[in-house]
Design a protein around this ligand. Structure first.
Ligand code: GLC
Length: 537
């Protein structure tokens, strides 16, 4: 038997790590051509550092078929020329490094675009070495696999007239699945990882992990195919001592540990379980569910290896809830059919779901930051950007960043943005933008920034929280202990003021941060509607 691999320490500590997710196409255009660019992101690094971000997660910026937000990759190592070139990528990484920001990019190896040269070579010639990169059958295989995007796709097999066979696609039909059981495909993945690691990225957000692992298991069933992750991890560590591999795995909480193995496989998992249950808590205005939620992770999935968010680039996929719980969340936040998607999720952005109320939205962030795991902010959520529900599918939540009230919201200085910023009304850039909110002390942006900066000084927030009974279900209360110091996080998830009983006498705690101006009043211990506080002792 081989000796066990050493435990891999995580280079991201929860209390001072904030991942900021950017869609490069929508953030800032630096050359006036109408598309967001890598240089545009470089221009905004001072803003990100000011806000308190420490890691930037770049959504795909590769050459793509442009039909799945860039996840339909045509060349994994080539930059979409509309967004930049190698030199602009290098400028971004170096400028980020100077500000203490790390860059994480996407590794999309579950599928490619059907315009990828590998697929085109595979289609044309059964004897091509690329044929085995994909999954072909003479007849669709009835193994019960369901399409990810119903009802847009009705199955996972598509007839290919050029190839004369069916190919498999778990995602869109224009995204044929890669066959990870083929060693050359795994070698391509390692080559692509090396390419970006050599250019200075800190690591990857790895797309669609369970599907990749499922294919790997066909080559070797050991660990259910999770050896694939160990292989990828070893590759990343050849380039860096502290790489991050954040896996997208929408699976039950109890399974996360098997994808981590103390960081020997993935270093982090995206925590869909917590994400879904946060919205259940918000829908019920009752925080008691969180005690159960946090108890469902095994010891092998500690908070420090979990990465959680409120909204991301996709629909709010509620598959970790029971059908009844899902209905509760839908009734509260997406009561109309056009707000829902793929029979399982919500395609609205955070601010409209929470009535655009800065107090309620900042409370939700306070809750996300009070659970011990590493948080992600989606660009624009810090100012409460809205959505465009007339756009198809997940495009509803993909509108340009709103920098100021001038032309095209400062997204582009050119005449024609490829996508227009939200204009007019409550969420329009004329009223809702970074510049305006920077000037207001009680804006959503200022509140979220205060939370992020306070968090940095509260090292205890990196520990696993212990839920505390304060005698009120509407208030989430958790105690964090670290090196003899204690931090009590309190979040009122309800629309009413709440009284609570502080543990050990209220006089023991000092206010680190509080949304309620006069909190705590030891005599009354009262949190205002959607109020929150971090108290230290
Ligand atoms: C991930 C992405 C999503 C994309 C899918 C297919 O889930 O977040 O946007 O459609 O992968 O690559």
């Amino acid at each position: 038997m081989n000796p066990p691999e050493p435990l891999i320490r995580s280079s991201m500590r929860p209390h001072d790590t904030v991942i900021y997710q950017i869609d490069p196409r929508l953030f800032r255009d630096a050359n006036g051509h109408g598309w967001g660019t890598l240089d545009g992101i470089t221009e905004k690094l001072d803003y990100l550092a000011w806000l308190g971000a420490t890691v930037i997660w770049l959504l795909p910026f590769y050459r793509s078929g442009d039909r799945d937000g860039g996840y339909d990759v045509v060349d994994h190592c080539a930059i979409d020329p509309r967004l930049g070139d190698e030199a602009s990528f290098d400028r971004l990484v170096r400028a980020a490094e100077r500000r203490g920001l790390r860059v994480v990019t996407e590794l999309v190896m579950q599928h490619t675009s059907d315009r990828h040269p590998w697929f085109q070579a595979a289609q044309r010639d059964r004897k091509s070495p690329y044929r085995d990169y994909y999954i072909w059958r003479d007849q669709p295989e009835a193994d019960g696999s369901k399409p990810i995007f119903p009802p847009i796709e009705s199955g996972v097999w598509r007839w290919d007239a050029i190839a004369g066979q069916y190919y498999r696609h778990r995602f869109y039909a224009h995204e044929p699945d890669l066959e990870l059981a083929t060693p050359q495909v795994r070698e391509e993945a390692r080559r692509i990882m090396r390419h970006w690691l050599d250019r200075g990225v800190a690591g990857f957000r790895v797309d669609a992990i369970p599907y990749m692992v499922e294919r790997a298991a066909r080559a070797d069933p050991e660990d259910g195919g999770r050896w694939l992750l160990r292989e990828m991890n070893a590759e990343a560590r050849r380039a860096r001592s502290d790489p991050v591999l954040i896996g997208e795995a929408d699976i039950a909480a109890g399974e996360y540990g098997t994808y981590l193995d103390d960081g020997r496989r993935l270093t982090h998992v995206l925590d869909f379980h917590l994400n879904n249950h946060l919205f259940l808590v918000l829908a019920r205005q009752d925080a008691s569910e969180l005690a159960r939620t946090l108890a469902e992770y095994g010891e092998d999935a500690p908070a420090a290896r979990r990465v959680a968010w409120l909204r991301n680039n996709d629909e709010l996929d509620l598959e970790q809830l029971s059908p009844e719980e899902r209905k509760e969340v839908m009734d509260a936040f997406a009561p109309e059919p056009w707000m829902q998607l793929y029979h399982r999720g919500i395609r609205r952005r955070l601010a409209p779901m929470l009535d655009g109320d800065p107090q309620r939205i900042s409370m939700t962030h306070a809750l996300l930051f009070s659970l011990g795991q590493i948080p992600v902010l989606r660009f624009g959520d810090e100012i409460g950007v809205g959505d465009e529900l007339e756009f198809p599918e997940r495009e509803s939540g993909r509108t340009p960043m709103q920098w100021h009230a001038g032309t095209h919201a400062g997204f582009t200085d050119g005449p024609a943005p490829w996508r227009k910023p939200i204009a007019g009304g409550r969420y329009g850039y004329e009223r809702l933008n970074v510049r305006a909110q920077r000037q207001q002390n009680d804006s959503l942006l200022s509140r979220i920034r205060r939370l992020l900066h306070a968090r940095r000084h509260c090292e205890a927030l990196s520990q696993a929280p212990r839920i505390v009974d304060v005698g009120n279900r509407a208030v989430f209360a958790a105690l964090f202990e670290h090196n003899g110091s204690r931090l009590l996080a309190l979040v009122n998830v309800s629309a009413d003021a709440q009284r609570i009983a502080l543990p050990g006498g209220s006089g023991d705690f000092q206010v680190e941060l509080a949304s309620d101006v006069d909190f705590p009043d030891p005599a009354s211990a009262r949190l205002s509607a959607y109020g929150y506080a971090w108290l230290s002792a």
